[in-house]
Design a binder for this molecule. Structure first.
Ligand code: ATP
Length: 493
């Protein structure tokens, strides 16, 4: 298992100041466990091989990430439809995709430090101290033992475990999209350019999983495959060169290069809009020699993790590799006929491929802040470090908490429970009466609840309560009868 490199949070020494300290993976892992976001899988049996379970808050947050992505693709963009294909597919799919051939079944070693994989028989570099050993030709790091390695997880379909019954758990969701290209095209009467998006589990027998949920063997992907014309259209129907038209008309003339640029920007902006700090994100273009076997061009969106800049999403121009190969292996013609230009071609594909688990980690780390001495200016700073999880409201697992000011006054508890019953029909909501009000606010800040509602003695007279904003700590009184409307507005902005 790959170990996170310990780094220590920069703790702000001045009371009440507010710094981002998200540079300690161990703290993130501990908070995730303590507050029900992520647990080690099969923990009571000592855990299982880099597998993780998402707890009650984790599953809410993960669902919110998936919803934000799905809405982005299917609502904020035109001409993108969804799909949910099976995890198990014909093994021929994996022959056509190249997953069962090429580097996928060689004797491989992986560098424990830079994670590059090499064919064991091609490595010549040995450390002077131990000439029996091989070392990483790129960074000199220690290598894993060589092993016959195929990233695909193999399984059997039916009662007989032989070659004929062998298939694989999918290693990427996009192949399910390619094999359904024609079904979607025909059933939905799609016109190029268009996209198909899918969220689902993928499995890879990673040699060195690690860094918490960054690299696991079972993970979820959010992938969108954009089918476009193989080249930009430079002429209009009357043949006099490109006319400037509406934005949509212009885009209809785009080829793969333009779409590749477009999707890189769109995907980067999605993370920014959901609150990731600009300085922690970058796009890294792939050099020619590192392009995947299917790619014409590629780029990674990278995040500055505590363990370095790492990929969170890949954007590729896959050319016509996928549809061409599936045509060849299946014997089905997967070309597209363009009614307008009267051309027939195999569409090019631009893919955006992100991980749900990796973006979960990114959103969590980026939102994490520690404040030494606490944020409250009205009381003396304490020695404690307060944690604030400044998640975007859309992603926060619990949106609203309802708190009676004290729990030993039955009339306050009764009123708070009434408010909770009212709100839980509309929002993911929590009721909390344990501990002082200050402690309860801290607990809610730590899990990123955007609004805490406190029922106090005035509430009994005036039918109102205080709404506390997580980020500003500002409090305002709101009538209970207006709560649903006010909170909906606040959560949408
Ligand atoms: P890496 O270089 O980190 O192994 P990759 O280039 O193999 O990633 P892709 O095949 O492009 O990854 O997959 C697209 C996305 O799926 C990645 O950007 C990542 O978010 C997610 N992903 C891939 N492999 C894993 C994994 N083992 N665990 C968690 N997420 C993963």
């Amino acid at each position: 298992m790959r170990k996170a490199q310990p780094r220590f949070a920069r703790v702000c020494e001045c009371a009440h100041a507010n710094y981002n300290m998200a540079n300690d993976l161990e703290k993130i892992i501990s908070l995730c466990k303590r507050r029900g976001f992520v647990f080690q899988s099969s923990e009571i049996y000592g855990g299982f091989s880099s597998c993780y379970d998402f707890g009650p808050l984790g599953v809410e947050m993960k669902n919110n990430i998936k919803k934000a992505w799905w809405d982005e693709m299917t609502k904020n963009h035109e001409n993108i439809v969804g799909l949910d294909s099976a995890i198990l597919m014909s093994p021929k799919v994996w022959q056509a995709s190249g997953h069962l051939t090429a580097g996928f079944a060689d004797e491989l070693v992986e560098c424990k430090s830079c994670h590059k994989r090499f064919r064991a028989d091609e490595i010549r570099v040995r450390p002077r101290s131990d000439p029996q050993k091989l070392k990483c030709p790129e960074c000199g790091g220690e290598l894993t033992e060589p092993r016959k390695f195929n990233l695909m997880m193999r399984t059997f379909v039916g009662p007989v475990e032989d070659e004929a019954a062998t298939t694989y758990l999918r290693a990427e969701t996009c192949q399910g999209i390619y094999v359904n290209f024609q079904n979607v095209l025909n059933s939905m009467r799609m016109k190029i350019p268009f996209g198909i998006c899918q969220i689902g589990k993928s499995f890879r027998n990673e040699i060195t999983p690690g860094d918490f949920i960054y690299r696991t063997r079972e993970f979820e992907q959010m992938e969108m495959q954009w089918f476009c014309s193989p080249s930009a259209r430079r002429t209009t129907r009357n043949g006099r060169g490109t006319k400037r038209g509406t934005d949509a008309e212009e885009k209809n003339n785009w080829g793969p290069d333009e779409w590749f640029e477009y999707w890189k920007k769109e995907r980067l902006n999605w993370y920014l809009r959901l609150g990731i700090k600009k300085e922690n994100l970058r796009i890294r273009e792939h050099k020619k020699e590192e392009l995947a076997h299917y790619a014409v061009a590629g780029a990674d969106i990278e995040y500055k993790f505590p363990f370095g800049w790492k990929e969170i999403e890949g954007i590729h121009n896959r050319g016509d590799f996928d549809l061409k190969n599936h045509s060849k292996f299946s014997g089905k013609d997967l070309s597209y006929y363009d009614e307008e230009t009267k051309e027939k071609y195999i569409p090019y594909i631009i893919e955006t491929s992100g991980g749900v688990d990796r973006s979960f980690l990114v959103f969590f780390i980026d939102a994490y802040e520690e404040i030494k001495g606490g944020r409250t200016k009205t009381t003396k700073p304490t020695k404690e470090i307060e944690i604030l999880l400044k998640l975007d409201k859309k992603l926060a697992p619990i949106k609203v908490a309802v708190l009676p000011l004290v729990r030993n006054k039955p009339e306050l508890v009764k009123k708070a429970k009434e408010v909770y019953q009212l709100l839980k029909l509309h929002f993911v909501c929590q009721y909390d009466e344990l501990g002082s009000i200050g402690r309860r606010y801290r607990r809610l800040d730590e899990i990123g609840v955007p609004f805490a509602l406190t029922v106090d003695f005035e509430s009994l007279k005036n039918e109102d309560l205080t709404v506390r904003d997580r980020d500003t700590m500002a409090q305002e009184r709101v009538k209970i009868s207006d709560l649903v409307k006010v909170l909906k507005e606040k959560l949408e902005n």
